[in-house]
Design a binder for this molecule. Structure first.
Ligand code: SAH
Length: 223
């Protein structure tokens, strides 16, 4: 899919993803058009592939960002609260903030301090990004994302940007009822995206979707 969706500009990349059926909704398209990926990806920002951002992390491929937004879209309404675990470059955190609007909140969590700082620096490259940080609509926090971020819970939507070794209980606990988590989970040498839905009555339903390749959700490296 990568070769079909790459573009010469941010708008090209997004229009190509729309043409190839990776972006289906106008809201996701507009939210992604509102963030220049060049502020977040140090090289080849308009290529549909992951790029290294240092500290063994990568900014995920644009089609994975699109797929996460489409999956979580019913829970990304004006005013929604979102937790983005493994926020890395900060790109998707910014797209989520566009989707939930001025009354929404997005918390990005990463366990590597230089990446928390990098996400803040990347976001501060645009006027809109600076406003998100200054208003508190977006916060980046250093923490172990396997435990979620209790202080901001409950969340309408939780996105996990690294592959979990198991379904971490705390994450589902921090979902609102109703709410949805998009999470890659390892099983043997495979990883699959799961939608973990908390229904209105509080029951939790896990649905396995498709195979993926993410960096693992791990212990923090020694500092
Ligand atoms: N959504 C990000 C993905 C970055 S790669 C982007 O597209 O830019 C995955 C990220 O998960 C890395 O930044 C890594 O530091 C982070 N990570 C890995 N294990 C973690 C943990 N236990 N807690 C928080 N972040 C973690």
């Amino acid at each position: 899919m990568a070769w079909r969706c790459s573009g010469g500009s941010n708008a090209d990349l997004i229009h190509n993803m729309e043409r190839n059926g990776l972006i289906n909704s106008q809201r996701v398209k507009e939210a992604m058009l509102g963030v220049d990926r060049a502020h977040y990806a140090p090289s080849s920002p308009y290529e549909d592939s992951p790029q290294p951002i240092g500290h063994r992390a990568t900014i995920s491929a644009p089609h994975m960002h699109a797929s996460a937004c489409e999956a979580l879209l019913p829970y990304l309404q004006p005013g929604s609260r979102v937790l983005d675990i493994g926020s890395g470059s900060g790109y998707l955190t910014h797209v989520f903030a566009n989707l939930v609007g001025p009354t929404g909140t997005v918390i990005g969590v990463d366990h590597i301090q230089p990446l928390v700082s990098l996400a803040e620096e990347n976001m501060a490259k645009s006027k809109e990004g600076r406003e998100l940080l200054e208003s508190g609509r977006v916060k980046f926090i250093k923490a172990d994302g396997r435990k979620g971020w209790k202080e901001g819970a409950p969340y309408d939507a939780v996105h996990v940007g690294a592959a979990a070794a198991e379904h971490h209980k705390e994450l589902a606990e921090q979902l609102k009822a109703p709410g949805r988590m998009f999470v890659p989970v390892e099983s043997g040498w495979m990883q699959h995206i799961y939608y973990v839905d908390k229904k209105e009555d509080g029951t939790v339903v896990k649905e396995r979707k498709f195979g993926v390749q993410y960096v693992p959700l791990t212990d923090a490296p020694e500092e």
